[in-house]
Ligand binder design. Sequence first.
Ligand code: HEC
Ligand code: HEC
Length: 659
Amino acid sequence: MSRAAFFILALLLLACRVRADNDVFPTDFDSADVNIGERLFLETRFSQYFFTNCGGNVNATIAGDPVVATLMTTSGSVPGPFAGQAMNCRQCHIVDEEGYGDFGNLTLGNRTYADFARRSPVPSRDDGQTQTPRNALTLVDALIPRNTPLFLHTDGQFASVHDLIIGTLTGRNYGWKPGEYATAVHHIANVIRNDDGAGYLAFFARDARWRIEYTDLDTYANVFSGFTNYNGSYITDPRSLTDFLIAPQYVLDMRSASDDQILDTAASLIEAYLRNLFFSQATNGLDFNGNGTPVFNGSPYDAFLAKNNLPAIPDTNETAAQYSRRLAQLVNQLVCPQYVTNLIDGEFVTQTQAFQFGPEELKGLKIFLADRSSPPAARRYGAGNCATCHSPPVFTDFIFHNTGASQEEYDAIHGTNSFNALLVPALAERQTNYDAYLPPTSSHPLATGIFETPPILTNSGAADLGLWNVYANPDFPAPQAGLQQIVPQLLGFISPQIDQVEMKDGFFEFSGTNGMPGGVYYILASTNLILPMVGWAVTATNTFDQNGNFNASILIVPGTPTFFRLSLRLPTPDEVLPNTLARFKTPTLRDLSQSDPYLHTGRMNALEDVIQFYEEFSAKARNGEVRNADPELSNISLDDSAVAPLAAFLRSLNEDYTD
Ligand code: HEC
Ligand code: HEC
């Protein structure tokens, strides 16, 4: 037999063997998606710095981007975990790198996918930008199921995590300027296409866990194509590929895949990874993809609820507000609370505090849950009104409020009450001069973003107005439908209540309370009995009186059965816009010891500082000194004696988060 013939026979034999194995090898697509998602989350070559320094070779070794050489903290900087490499998601969303866990260095401690900086350094370009406008958000529980639309970033700029990932990979955090989108997409696709699987992640990062042992098969092209040889089999024995075989719906034909398809698959895999990040919870809670209802069990607070048979989650059909009130009642009725004691009920490994929930934490919990409508006994130590926005069990309502955080920073720089004097345009003016007022995007690369800029002494026009930048902004179409849906909540509309209904002399009459004082409402009628949801027409336009009361009387056409409905006139965007000023998304309060400093400004080092901030700004709000204050801010009523118990309670929400 000639050598060539022998070689072909051997190949055929190998192919047969591989094909036979295909039927029996184990797959675990969900885990593989998460595994590869993490590799992409850590990938340092997608950045603009790598692009300009690699000379067109995506496998080149470059001098590291100076921005990752160090890690910024509130008290100086330390060597960065990615020194010598370039920007990646983990640089700003750290987990165990500086702490405890398989890959930690036991220094600064664990993070819940946040960093240690007040604002995160970004790669240097010639645009003067040195840092992110806001403090990095924790990613644990960021995608947890909710009853409100999904909003991401504190200003709600993204309505889907897929959009956020693509926006980030091709955005300023990775060094790309708004006009460089196409270059970024093409470069990212090229890294995936041409990666030789022999780089930093495969060899040096996190135990080289993305390397298929003793082979050089772990290129992105192989991963994205499902390790196919394009002839119906795998390029190697698939039994070695379980951790690397991504779900079939993400698999691409890498011989023809477009740049956009490749970026899409990369984003889907990173998304799978993010969906898997949540705080400790019972096994019957969220599934691997983040669907379900979490029953948290990792913190002393959770242990306290369990020990006292207190409900850990709302009942079916119970709103977050109803659950918080019920919990407050039950907590206040506890005659003989069963406390949580260190070493007996649990023990922390990554936290320096005791695993405890005692009388001080309980006092703090009561203050946290107490609001304006609580009975006097329940507000004895103060009414934090905290649960109104930080509703348990996730400790957020997932929407936007203005607690005064932007004003606090602005006034600290420009003087008391200067934020109140800041000139902010109305909708009409804002829309006619996008570049002057709104954030840069690929449609408006030259926009100043002056109102998503941290305040600075040399330019009193710069401020961070949060949601104001996104609401009704034509360059951010995705979140608008969701924002429209929450407008009534943003404006604090309560549903009017119909108290009385009667038929009198051929008139249909009704009256009620609880409307928006002075607000407009419509009475809609439909005579379509089969499909009462269609055919609604306005039969009357009325207003609520100054106390929110209303009554109406409508002549009925005899013999024509009619449905009636009351509908509120929602304010127009130009009326809503001023109300969005300086609103930011409510963050979760779980495990805050691993995501300091606090607030979007990163200006608060300790929990005590945040509580004192609330004390000060709720008093200011009652005096009318907080610009566009959330109505609930003035309902916070605390004095200095509440600081220690509230802080103790917040610390009881800490847990050992390692990955
Ligand atoms: C240079 C630092 C930096 C990098 C790199 C970075 N982020 Fe972020 N991330 C931030 C900051 C800062 C915020 C908060 C932004 C805001 O509120 O405006 C944030 C917010 C987020 C959020 C929103 C969380 C929420 O609750 O709304 C997600 C999700 C996220 N980042 C994922 C990623 C992913 C995925 C990557 C990599 C593709 C990444 N980030 C890279 C700094 C960074
Ligand atoms: C009106 C709604 C509202 C109320 C009431 C409220 N918060 Fe907040 N909380 C927020 C929002 C919104 C933020 C983010 C503010 C920002 O960064 O601009 C926040 C931020 C925080 C933070 C910082 C978390 C982080 O990760 O940076 C803590 C801690 C906190 N609140 C605790 C409390 C406590 C304790 C109370 C009760 C005394 C309370 N909050 C009352 C809405 C509210």
